[in-house]
Design a protein. Structure first.
Length: 512
């Protein structure tokens, strides 16, 4: 083959390739243009193929608008039968179709169905049309498309299911044998909102009455119950006896202590006895019983409450709780040693304490017919540590004997009338100077001791009332059986005997 022939053949091959490329490009462009015009035509004038159904309704050869009208009318008629039951654990919520207002969101869905039915090229659509005519085509529209405010109603239910995490905590139940129980708190629960809405939408596509378990994610917390229970322990207990008291006095003591039963005192919190019990009056169930006024026992509402405050006070001391305010009686109490009493009066004397630990303290009280007892729980004392009390009699304060008082106002004329007639109103009482100590032991060995009180219980002079009328001539006044007591003389032996008795009886039974 000549050179010229070779060049001619090469030229023909190149031209053929160019023609092939041009024709291919033109075909692709034509398909794109056809598809564009086809889809443009579908944007407003598309109709459904024959044998096409939406929600079981025949929409053959209908336009989008016509199909929308048929489907919407049917769905609005069936809306009253819609029931959405949502469940979580043992709770359930049911929403009814009539609970919802109406809105129309089906138009874009039906347009999308028509577009999907005719999407593809001309040949593919011809094939689809043939298949649909032979086999039929079914589309579904969910009832969520006509239920207004579904989001708000579901969100309201979600708010009742979701919960924030609640840490485990100790529950103080003082009247049960196991005084501490554990509330295991609660896990964080989060509702998978998008998933829930999708499940509702899917379910309402094929049914009007649906039941759906609300999908949740639960973040559980591990709780060591025994460890929590062991984090607290009994710090102290203290008991006083009131077996020989009157029924009314016992009732007053019990009632006052009931105000503290179950009390939880947070770290740093301050508690007042008087504020806690409130006014101790008959309206609150308090009875008449003996109280001390001016060194004399008289009847008064709430008598005996000081034994309640004293029992609590000693339990707090043994629990190493800070006492901010305490006062002693004018007459020493018989149920505790000197300087370990706690006199309360709504007007001028209170017992005030503060939780000085890093954890809550818990107070339990109990009473029977013989005694009352206070328990204080909280952060455990260090291993081997024990707290004790010690009372010290510094000295006896001697009384001044009897004071004879004339009955000038004749308040006691039924007892005494004439001079030389005597009626004892009050016996003299010796007084005391005393101190109180708290002792800290470790494994039975005293580590330190601190003085917490230095009190003076004043001596009480006796009071004898004498009549004021002169004895008539010849009249003999019977000899009085009242013996006038002289001022007290205190010896070292007397003080030593008192100290021994105080040391022997804890609490002291000594009450002069």
């Amino acid at each position: 083959m000549s050179k010229k022939q070779k060049e001619t053949k090469k030229s023909k091959n190149g031209s053929g390739f160019l023609w092939f490329f041009a024709i291919s490009a033109l075909s692709v462009a034509l398909l794109i243009v056809c598809q564009f015009f086809f889809e443009s035509a579908l944007s407003g004038n598309e109709t459904f193929y024959e044998n096409t159904k939406i929600n079981g309704l025949d929409v053959s050869n209908m336009s989008v608008a016509e199909a929308e009208n048929v489907v919407l009318t049917d769905m609005l008629a069936g809306k009253k039968d819609v029931e959405i039951k949502l469940c979580h654990n043992d709770k359930s919520w049911t929403l009814y179709g009539n609970d919802f207002e109406v809105y129309n969101k089906i138009e874009p869905e039906i347009k999308q169905m028509a577009k999907a039915e005719r999407s593809g090229n001309f040949l593919q659509n011809r094939k689809k049309e043939k298949q649909i005519k032979e086999n039929g085509k079914e589309f579904k529209v969910s009832y969520t498309s006509v239920l207004a405010n579904l989001d708000e109603k579901i969100d309201e239910i979600i708010s009742q299911v979701e919960q924030d995490a609640k840490p485990a905590s100790l529950v103080f139940v003082p009247d049960q044998e196991d005084v501490f129980q554990v509330d295991e708190g609660q896990s964080k629960i989060f509702v998978e909102r998008d998933k829930l809405f999708q499940e509702i939408d899917n379910a309402l596509t094929s049914a009007k009455k649906v039941k759906i378990e609300i999908p949740i994610v639960e973040f559980r917390q591990e709780v060591d119950v025994e460890k929590m229970k062991n984090s607290v322990g009994l710090r102290s207990s203290f008991e006083t006896n009131y077996e020989k008291s009157s029924k009314e006095r016992k009732e007053n003591i019990k009632r006052a202590l009931e105000s503290f039963n179950g009390m939880i005192v947070e770290p740093g919190q301050t508690i007042s006895f008087n504020e806690t019990t409130g006014d101790r009056v008959k309206e609150k169930g308090y009875k008449n019983a003996h109280i001390i006024v001016g060194g004399v026992y008289v009847d008064g509402v709430g008598g005996g409450v000081c034994q309640a405050s004293t029992t609590l006070y000693n339990a707090l001391l043994l629990a190493d709780v800070d006492i901010l305010s305490v006062n002693h009686h004018t007459i020493p109490a018989s149920y505790v040693p000197l300087s370990f009493d706690a006199m309360v009066s709504g007007d001028y004397s209170d017992l005030v304490f503060q939780n000085n630990t890093q954890s809550p303290i818990y107070i339990k009280t109990q009473a029977d017919e013989k005694s009352v007892k206070v328990f204080v729980y909280g952060q455990k004392l260090d291993e081997g540590v024990e707290i004790k009390r010690r009372a010290e009699l510094v000295k006896i304060l001697p009384h001044g004997g009897d004071k004879i008082v004339s009955d000038t106002k004749k308040d006691y004329e039924d007892r005494v009338l004439y001079k030389g007639e005597y009626f004892r109103l009050k016996y003299p009482r010796e007084g005391y100077e005393s101190k109180a100590y708290i002792q800290y032991y470790k494994d039975g060995v005293l580590q330190r001791e601190k003085e917490i009180r230095h009190d003076f219980y004043p001596a009480q002079d006796g009071i004898v009332v004498e009549g004021v009328e002169d004895v008539a001539e010849g009249m003999v006044v019977p000899a009085s059986d009242v013996k006038i007591i002289k001022p007290q003389k205190v010896s070292k032996e007397t003080e030593e005997n008192v100290r021994k008795k105080l040391a022997k009886t804890n609490p002291s039974e000594y009450n002069p």
